[in-house]
Design a protein around this ligand. Structure first.
Ligand SMILES: N[C@@H](CCC(=O)N[C@@H](CS)C(=O)NCC(=O)O)C(=O)O
Length: 407
């Protein structure tokens, strides 16, 4: 940290220019212009046919080819120098990132931005939120516009691979899967399947795995459909509400979130299907490629929230738990939970070894909360999804939320 200038110099030296797949906004603009332009009848191989899909090897987010400057290394030094974390978030995703009338952001992804700020600066508010559409998000990581992307982003092989994409992925914070919503009055029910998509108009947002999955899935059952790709989820839902689409599809959390906030529109007529999602959507942090120092920080902030949850440490008791463990250590160690002591910075150099303050995770938990608090306050209370029985339960409860030990 003392070598801030050196780090910055190195960052400049390491900045390399790559030809990368830009996330074209064409699809979104076309849709905004009139919907039909963006629609493409899907009949198999060329899948969605939307502008954002492209045919590049990078996966689902290509399109036009632009030159972007990719910064590698020294993100921590840059962030410390700036005094805040630039954190990319959804423009609007129920329970994950929503802005109130005063401009204040809240949500599951927003809280993980706060958590990183609390770890680095001891101040959950040392964060600058950068709302990004799905099509914009990866360029923002690759160019260094954001230090961290917490934007309902699915970890895929193509996005993670070195090369054009130039990004790394952290631990999954939310295990999701793609679902669809249709209207009962149009014959859809809980037992509808992907085969029932045949012949329909389907709304979603551009630049997503969502487009690819629905295209692959419908083609695999020999069907075809018309994709209406909007710039963002609210626009896609508006089109569904207006009857321009028979089906709205997205990550299950977004489908459930939109059903929750559109009760009037839904009026009992909306039905989510199929029961088992059509894809795996492991959502989590994304950051610039090849920066182990920064990647380790992001990863261990996430793990700290999970370990705290396992240990029953939350925002109301973290400081007391540290004091208790310190007292036990001072009294000879009887009853001591050494991992809690280490996690909260009361012993050892674990956080210092990450180039963070020793009390970094104490600040994360006190100022933002543990995994369960973050999940419940945003996802359960806003959308109605519970952890119990889902992949987002802790590993001891049959779920997938798991962290390596703080040792
Ligand atoms: N997880 C998928 C979909 C991402 C996505 O765009 N999700 C929606 C719903 S969860 C979203 O965040 N919308 C907010 C927005 O459009 O800003 C991906 O990574 O491609």
């Amino acid at each position: 940290m003392k070598n801030t200038k050196l780090f910055r110099l190195l960052a400049v030296l390491l900045a390399i220019t790559l030809v990368a797949a830009a996330c074209g906004s064409d699809a979104a603009e076309d849709t905004a212009d009139g919907g039909d332009d963006a629609a493409a009848t899907d009949s198999g191989d060329d899948s969605s046919g939307d502008d954002s899909s492209g045919d590049d090897s990078s996966g689902d987010d290509g399109g036009d080819t632009d030159t972007v400057t990719v910064t590698q290394g020294s993100v921590l030094a840059t962030v410390l120098d700036r005094g805040e974390v630039n954190c990319g978030i959804p423009t609007s995703a129920v329970g994950f990132a929503e802005q109130d009338a005063n401009g204040v952001w809240a949500g599951f992804d927003v809280d993980y931005c706060h958590a990183v700020a609390a770890a680095v600066f001891g101040d959950r508010d040392a964060v600058n939120f950068v709302p990004l559409t799905a099509a914009e998000r990866f360029t923002a990581v690759q160019t260094g516009e954001v230090d961290l992307l917490m934007r309902t982003t699915t970890w895929t092989q193509g996005r993670d691979a070195s090369g054009d994409q130039a990004m790394d992925f952290g631990p999954t914070t939310f295990y999701d899967g793609q679902q669809l919503v249709g209207r009962r009055s149009q014959g859809f029910s809980e037992s509808s399947t992907i085969a029932d998509v045949d012949g329909t108009n389907v709304c979603t947002n551009a630049g997503t795995t969502t487009e690819k999955n629905i295209s692959d899935g419908v083609a695999a059952v020999g069907g075809s459909f018309t994709l209406v790709a909007a710039e963002d989820i609210p626009t896609a839902v508006e089109a569904f509400v207006a009857g321009q689409c028979d089906i709205f599809t997205s990550d299950g959390s977004a489908v459930a979130g939109e059903a929750a906030v559109n009760e009037d529109n839904a009026d009992g007529d909306w039905v989510v299907f199929p029961a088992t999602p059509i894809s795996k959507e492991p959502l989590g942090p994304v950051y610039p490629q090849n920066d182990s120092e920064w990647g380790d920080i992001i990863n261990w902030v996430v793990f700290a929230t999970i370990i705290a949850d396992e240990k029953g440490i939350d925002s109301s008791n973290a400081a007391d738990r540290l004091a208790d463990e310190q007292a036990k250590a001072a009294a000879g160690g009887e009853g001591l939970d050494a991992e809690v002591l280490r996690l909260l910075g009361g012993e050892g150099e674990l956080q210092s070894a990450l180039n963070l303050p020793a009390d970094a995770f104490l600040n994360v938990i006190s100022q933002v909360g543990n995994y369960d608090e973050i999940y419940v306050s945003n996802v359960t209370e806003r959308i109605g999804l519970v952890r119990e029985g889902s992949a987002n339960a802790g590993w001891l409860d049959g779920g997938l939320i798991y962290a390596p030990p703080a040792r």
